[in-house]
Design a protein around this ligand. Structure first.
Ligand code: F3S
Length: 399
């Protein structure tokens, strides 16, 4: 790779021990992907924050990077951790786990990373604009930033995202290059979905069809006349989970979609297929539901407002986690939604989610509106799943 004088000095160890390590990671990555050079980035989002994913090896790496003098050079936020940093006891988290998780967060804080732990940083200030080069790592947020905001990022690993933060650079390859952002297949959606879980079903259908092509396809999606932020975050999480998609073009929604013509190769998606996909994530019996969760990806303030509306004057009958970012919870506090929700017995699980928290085997069946949460509830935590509309999930909690 061609490095600038400054980049070479960092690599030679003329700055801190951690920035040298960070540059080594980026050069290794750039060499693997044949990048010609590094480019400056303006925003980072780091995944791999939960101690349940990092383990002791990850904690040791982060502690060494913090001890080695690394400091974030650009706006950097974190993905969800394994617990609510303030209210972990209410979530049933052990003291040992909490202590290790706090050390993880502390290591990031010492590196001047903003420790808002959320997969939707684009809702509260980490909002790159069209054409901006960034280095994000949470799969749903990567898909959202490339496809809805029109920013440019590869799907970084936790360590390459941290390396980008400490140097303000990333190797120029993949989705940072114009030629790699062209759509390769057209997807015609026959009927407009409306509910979040229908967008989750749509992401599942498209994702699986793309996987079946055996190619790393970039879909050009036609037939969606309008979609809310909530719909799109649900769709991004699902298509990233089931198809490994980091970039799609949605006609009239993706900022750069009008720079391309729909590719000739195409397939259709019918509402029946979406309904079948939804059924495929539903266990036949609702009787065993003992865990309800909304907020995968993390909730918007509109969604929290709707939960408060549905829960007002009600009592929940099952463990109900409302997962969102701390800034969104603070808006909810101001607006009075938190009081209503907590009076119902539902629990705000801020900074975390039902996938990255260490709850394997603790529940039998999860009810959610997230296709991504269904996938990991089953594969990681061994829960059965019931996949419902947003409102029906809340109704299930008070049944
Ligand atoms: Fe976010 Fe956790 Fe879902 S990180 S996308 S809420 S699995």
């Amino acid at each position: 790779m061609n490095l600038t004088k400054n980049e070479q000095e960092i690599l030679d160890g003329n700055h801190s021990k951690s920035t040298k390590k960070a540059m080594e990671i980026l050069v290794a990555l750039g060499t693997i992907f044949d990048a010609e050079k590094m480019i400056p980035i303006s925003s980072v989002q780091i995944a791999g924050v939960s101690y349940s994913n990092l383990g002791d090896a990850g904690l040791k790496f982060l502690t060494e990077m913090a001890d080695g003098g690394g400091k974030a050079l650009v706006l950097t936020t974190l993905n969800p951790a394994g617990m609510d940093i303030d209210n972990w006891e209410a979530m049933g988290i052990s003291e040992d786990f909490a202590e290790k998780q706090k050390r993880v967060i502390n290591a990031f804080a010492r590196m001047k990373v903003i420790t808002t732990c959320s997969c939707t940083p684009y809702l509260f200030g980490n909002v790159p604009h069209f054409g901006e080069n960034i280095a994000w790592s949470e799969s749903s947020a990567v898909c959202y930033s490339n496809s809805v905001l029109g920013a440019r990022t590869n799907r970084e690993g936790g360590s390459s995202a941290l390396a980008a933060s400490l140097t303000g650079r990333t190797p120029k390859y993949g989705f940072h290059l114009d030629e790699n952002r062209h759509p390769t297949i057209t997807v015609v959606v026959e009927n407009q979905p409306t509910e979040n879980h229908e967008y989750g079903g749509l992401g599942l259908v498209i994702g699986k069809k793309l996987e079946a092509t055996g190619k790393k396809s970039i879909p050009y999606i036609k037939g969606i006349q309008k979609a809310s932020v909530e719909n799109l975050k649900s769709f991004c999480a699902s298509i990233a989970t089931y198809g490994g998609t980091a970039l799609f073009h949605m006609e009239d929604i993706t900022p750069e979609s009008d720079s391309f013509s729909p590719p000739k190769e195409s397939f259709l998606v019918s509402m029946n297929e979406i309904k079948e996909a939804i059924s495929s994530l539903n266990e036949p019996s609702h009787k065993e539901i003992d865990f309800v969760s909304l907020g995968c990806p993390h909730l918007t303030i509109n969604e929290i407002a709707r939960i408060a509306e549905l829960l007002e004057g009600q009592k929940v009958t099952k463990e109900f986690w409302i997962t969102t970012s701390r800034p969104m919870k603070q808006i909810s506090d101001i607006a009075g939604y938190t009081k209503i929700i907590e009076e119902s017995g539902a629990l705000f699980a801020v900074d975390t989610c039902c996938v990255v928290a260490p709850i394997r085997g603790r529940f039998n069946t999860l009810a959610t509106d997230s296709a991504k949460a269904c996938y990991y509830a089953y594969s990681k935590n061994k829960f059965k799943t019931v996949f419902l509309s947003f409102d029906d999930v809340v109704r299930e909690a008070i049944k």
